[in-house]
Write a protein that binds this ligand. Structure first.
Ligand code: ATP
Ligand code: MG
Length: 866
């Protein structure tokens, strides 16, 4: 079976068992402060498991793009070195939301593997949770007994809490799990060592392929477990591992998922896959990382210097570095693999295909930049070795610096060191790494208490599209301690407050109650909840409150958000359909919009976009809003889905005339309310990506006013000028002319002075004096005196604009006698609080203390006399 057939067989099987097939969610996560990337199939259902949202269906199945490169699941260092861990992989999953539980989950899993996939039953082992004394948990006999119905008992192994107890995080849903392992070793080896001795022992041919999680507890903030009311099933199977088993291979990289990439890399570097271990690892790293980086870019996460972007940058750098060191690529090459990847996966993942050019350009730019950095790092290493010759040990702190600033994994440093017969102080390196981890953990540390439920089972309703104030009750609240602040989070039964999401800033406002009120400092969206942040709790928590949004701020934000839609439409009209939204941020002050486009916008294009947006504003287009439209219908209306966004089956559509978008944000009732629109900035964010900043309404008027005032002030300076531009150009021209006249005069004067000095030097070869003219003007003219005056010693000082300068010229005989102008000027420079330098025959210095100049000259007299 091909990989595509295997994926389809999985989804078809679970569909036949009444599971709803859902698309993969984006790999890049929004609205969850604890997670940057999707690392398991369950992430997209987290709000259901947490009880924040109702389940849309009782059963679901999908193939989810996952990335395991940070946080709890970080497989980065394994990738390439082993044959079955990837950074980016697909996780096949089936879910039950409070519907079936262990019995069916086990039966389905077994049936799919042994009946549908027809995997030999003798190759399979399963594990069950063996209990944990500290947690007060017994062995999972339930799971054991269900397994017994399918598989002989000697193949059911007991696992520890580490392998067989799954937790979402420090808090939240958790429970025992059952893994399915497969032994793909040759028969002779199986005869020697039974597979069950190798389960969970890091053997690359006895590996876990599927994990069935039985969510039945909730972990509270104090660490205790309470049973969940609704129990859930969450399973995850590694798609590439299943392909390996099905295709009779011993490595994920030998399947059709990876071979086209591996073969292309091999051809490009002129090596054969499978001949040399180091080269093989490097090819696997490059193939794997290309996928991870391409999919992240497709989902809107570009490489950058912070957070999620930095994680992506490091993955790409790791690939470049392996290619550079082991495959001999010292020119960008990873970007050239993108077409192969797209050819292979673009069908299943249209986001790749659609953005192929952008992905390729961004990777190319990153590769170029990193290859420069790499060269710099190698040079730093060489310098270090030269400077510390005889040491033979690279300091751990230096190895860490290379790792941290040049992205040099320590094994590269070790390799470079060993080539010179050196070693690396790994303990010191580990210390640097640990300290850094501690620092970032400390900075990010957030401690949340358990939610206190006041209105259990109430699902929060957002009423802020229609009203800006409402009577509300607190449904739940909790206390949160972050690094330098403490606050409370409130969730209401209904709220007019918009929670920060989709690039739109959250609302602020007041929570009023009898005899008082509280400030709502901000509003955020987290795992499907709208969370209001307050400093203190109201006394009577079960009162009815009146929640009021800050109206002016909301209104200004809405103007910017609606204008963003109009601009998006105008950009596509003016620049073309390749324009795709890549990022958007709106608040009360401005809007910022990132989009794919491959050239700088011309002045005319910017004006044209502005003109069209302002036209749509003047047309007073009324807002047409569809709150819950089936997604297919919305697409028919012309709304474009954005890559990297997660959509449900029903979507909200916002329409102003020809502009139609999927959007959850808050908007003006009529485009006319935006009043005015001005672009205030345009620039590049990355290769193939532009950013526009713009203002609307009052801010746009203010912007125009400021420009008017500047112009008026200029006109005042050029009183009477009809054409301001021409007047300024004329002035510039006059200025340039005058400059050249002055320069000529200065030169003439310098020559004159030099002639004068020539006469004096003929009588006395040493001249030390304070002159009125700037010594810096005289350099060239005085140097010409050296050929005629081998004994000369000339030291001049001057002050210009309050700043002292010194100049020294020495004849060749003095230089040969050991006198050094460069050294001399440094000594003299101290007197004028300055520094300088030069050569033995010529040097200058500048300083800050003009009062010291005479002292410096007196000192010069002394030095020259010797
Ligand atoms: P392992 O012990 O092999 O790292 P895991 O315990 O981390 O696996 P789970 O978190 O249970 O795995 O994930 C479910 C399934 O996803 C695994 O059974 C495996 O098939 C697959 N999987 C996990 N990590 C990776 C990875 N880095 N690359 C490819 N597949 C993976
Ligand atoms: Mg793992």
């Amino acid at each position: 079976m091909t990989s595509n057939e295997i994926r389809k067989a999985f989804l078809d099987y679970f569909e036949s068992k009444q599971h709803h097939v859902v698309p993969s969610a984006p790999m890049v996560i929004k609205n969850d402060p604890t997670l940057m990337f999707t690392n398991a199939g369950m992430n997209q259902f987290k709000d259901i498991f947490l009880g924040n949202k109702q389940r849309p269906w009782p059963r679901a199945t999908d193939s989810q793009k996952c990335l395991r490169v940070s946080g709890k699941h970080n497989d980065l260092e394994e990738v390439g070195h082993d044959t079955y861990h990837h950074t980016m992989f697909e996780m096949l999953g089936n879910w039950s939301f409070g519907d079936y539980f262990k019995k069916e989950a086990i039966a389905y899993g077994w049936e799919f593997l042994t009946e549908v996939m027809k995997i030999n039953k003798d190759w399979l082992y399963v594990t069950v949770f063996g209990g944990d004394e500290k947690e007060g948990l017994e062995m999972d006999m339930e799971a054991y007994n269900f397994w017994k119905e399918h598989i002989s008992e000697d193949r059911i192994l007991r696992g520890s809490k580490k392998d067989n107890f799954w937790e979402m995080g420090d808090q939240g849903p958790c429970g025992p799990c059952s893994e399915i392992h497969v032994d793909i070793r040759p028969d002779e080896e199986k005869a020697k060592v039974p597979g069950k001795d190798l389960v969970n022992k890091d053997n690359p041919q006895v590996i876990e392929i599927w994990n069935l999680v039985f969510m039945q507890f909730n972990r509270k903030a104090d660490g205790t477990l309470e049973p969940l009311k609704a129990k859930h099933i969450d399973t995850g199977m590694g798609f590439e591992r299943l392909c390996m088993v099905m295709q009779g291979k011993r490595s994920n990289y030998d399947t059709d998922v990876f071979q086209p990439l591996i073969q292309e890399i091999a051809a490009k570097c002129g090596k054969k896959y499978g001949e040399n271990e180091d080269a093989d690892i490097a090819m696997r790293v490059c193939a794997d990382h290309l996928r991870a980086v391409s999919f992240s870019i497709a989902d809107g996460q570009l490489p950058s210097n912070v957070k999620a972007g930095y994680v992506i940058r490091r993955i790409l750098r790791r690939a470049v570095r392996y290619g550079y060191t082991f495959l001999g690529f010292n020119e960008p090459f990873i970007n050239t693999l993108v077409p192969t990847l797209v050819g292979q996966m673009g069908h299943q993942f249209p986001e790749l295909k659609k953005q192929q050019e952008l992905i390729q350009r961004i990777i190319l730019e990153e590769e170029q930049a990193f290859l420069r950095t790499l060269a710099g790092g190698i040079k730093r290493f060489e310098d270090y070795v030269a400077k510390n010759a005889g040491n033979k040990v690279v300091d751990g702190a230096f190895a860490f610096e290379l790792f941290d600033t040049y992205g040099f994994p320590v094994d590269l440093t070790q390799l470079m060191a060993s080539e010179k017969g050196w070693t690396v102080d790994m303990e010191g390196f580990a210390k640097g790494l640990a300290e850094q981890k501690e620092r970032s953990r400390g900075a990010a540390k957030v401690e949340s208490d358990d939610w206190v439920e006041l209105l259990p089972g109430v699902e929060e309703e957002f009423v802020g599209y229609d009203v800006l104030e409402a009577d509300v009750r607190i449904a739940r609240y909790r206390h949160v301690k972050a690094k330098d602040k403490e606050f409370y989070q409130l969730v209401f039964d209904r709220t007019p407050f918009y929670g920060e999401s989709g690039g739109q800033a959250g609302d602020t406002g007041e929570l009023r109650f009898e005899n008082g009120g509280l400030r709502i400092i901000s509003t955020k969206k987290e795992n499907g909840l709208i969370v209001h942040i307050v400093d203190t709790l109201p006394e009577n928590l079960s009162a009815t409150f009146h929640a009021e949004v800050d109206v002016a701020k909301r209104q200004a934000t809405a103007c910017n958000h609606s204008a963003t839609h109009l601009m998006h439409y105008a950009l596509r009209q003016v620049l073309g359909d390749h324009v795709e939204q890549k990022g958007s941020s709106v608040d009360e002050q401005r809007l910022r919009f990132d989009f794919s486009h491959f050239a700088k916008l011309s002045h005319e294009e910017i004006r044209e976009v502005e003109r069209r947006v302002n036209q749509m504003i003047r047309q007073c287009l009324p807002l047409e809003e569809h709150r819950a439209m089936p997604i297919a219908e919305a697409q028919k209306l012309g709304a474009m889905a954005l890559f990297g966004e997660k959509y449900g089956e029903f979507v909200r559509v916002v329409k102003y005339g020809p502009s139609v978008e999927f959007c959850g944000g808050t908007h003006v009732a009529n485009s006319g309310m935006i009043g005015s629109f001005r672009i205030v900035g345009e620039g590049a964010v990355a290769a193939g990506m532009r950013r526009i900043e713009a203002v609307t309404a009052q801010a746009a008027t203010d912007y125009a006013d400021r420009q008017q005032e500047q112009l008026a002030a200029l006109a005042e300076v050029f009183k009477g000028a009809k054409d301001l531009g021409a007047a300024i150009a004329k002035l510039q021209e006059e200025n340039a002319q005058m400059k050249s006249v002055v320069e000529q005069m200065q030169k003439a004067k310098a020559l004159d002075m030099a002639r004068n000095y020539a006469g004096r030097l003929a009588e006395n070869p040493v001249i030390v004096e304070h002159i009125d003219d700037d010594v810096n003007m005289l350099k060239d003219a005085l140097m010409s005196l050296r050929s005629e005056n081998p004994d000369m010693g000339l030291v001049l000082g001057s002050v210009k604009d309050g700043k002292p300068s010194l100049l020294i010229v020495l004849g060749q005989n003095r230089v040969d006698g050991g006198m050094n102008a460069g050294q001399m000027v440094r000594t003299l420079g101290k007197e004028i609080q300055g520094g300088g330098g030069g050569q033995p025959h010529f040097a200058t210095a500048g300083g800050r203390n003009a009062d010291g100049l005479d002292k410096a000259l007196a000192l010069a007299n002394e030095l020259i006399a010797h």
